[in-house]
Design a protein. Structure first.
Length: 256
């Protein structure tokens, strides 16, 4: 997943609001989000090539989402798939500090990653790139792409601004409005990318929130609301290689 825009404990009704895009090669085998047969409490998409996931939530309220970290200097394949990490958290019953203590020693076995993970009471960020780091998040509006949390890439700043504007409106939050937070298909200006070290032609091609680049692009968008009374509302919209909608999966359930 390459773009996650979220509001944590900033809305009176929803402790967590999120809109996210998963960008991937269209040829990579993938199962759309659903409850896993062998893990009936887990709602997540599935990477059928490596077996992990990019985003999921459990009936008990554990949540995780991961993005790759852009680092051209680290091109050698890593021993382990990054999709293992969100799945391990979602399967675990450990509190975040204990889980981090167990996992941190293995961080070098994965290519660069950014991981969001939490439960009904906390939300954490952990990365093994750009010097690494882990911290519990405070209330706020955040954006994450393929650099550190809140790195001001144009697509991230646009998403945060759109989510902030949505929260300032009165009324309920629906999936359609959340989806618009991450659907802009315009490429960023070259002048806006250069100061961020994104000067290559490919950087501009991938600078839009919603990517249509032939064999590679936005495969799905997930919108998620978790209400204060523990109601989860999840919608995943899938797209074909031309950027056309090809399916929608929705789940609504109470946290146990």
């Amino acid at each position: 997943m390459c773009l996650i825009i979220f509001a944590y404990r900033t809305h009176p009704r929803y402790p967590l609001l999120m809109a996210a895009n998963r960008d991937e090669f269209h040829a990579r085998p993938t199962a759309a989000a659903g409850f896993w047969r062998e893990r009936p409490d887990l709602l997540a998409g599935r990477d059928l090539q490596a077996g992990g996931t990019w985003m999921g939530i459990t009936r008990g309220g554990r949540f995780a989402a991961i993005t790759n970290f852009r680092d051209p200097a680290r091109s050698t394949p890593a021993p382990r798939s990054r999709g293992e990490l969100p799945l391990d958290w979602l399967d675990s019953a450990e509190p975040a500090p204990a889980w981090l203590a167990r996992q941190s020693g293995q961080a070098a076995q994965y290519a660069g990653f950014n991981l969001l993970f939490g439960d009904r009471t906390t939300l954490w960020y952990w990365s093994n790139a750009n010097g690494g780091g882990q911290r519990e998040l405070e209330a706020g509006i955040y954006g994450l792409s393929n650099a550190s949390l809140d790195t001001p890439w144009p697509k991230v700043e646009l998403g945060k601004a759109r989510l902030r504007a949505l929260l300032e409106k009165s009324g309920d939050i629906d999936h359609g409005a959340l989806l618009e937070v991450v659907q802009d298909r315009r490429l960023a200006d070259t002048a806006a990318l250069a100061p961020l070290g994104l000067g290559e032609a490919m950087d501009r091609q991938l600078s839009a929130q919603f990517i249509c680049a032939g064999a590679y692009g936005t495969r799905s968008s997930t919108t998620l609301t978790v209400s204060g009374d523990g109601a989860v509302d999840w919608r995943e919209t899938s797209y074909d290689a031309g950027g056309r909608q090809s399916g929608v999966r929705r789940e609504h359930f109470p946290l146990g």
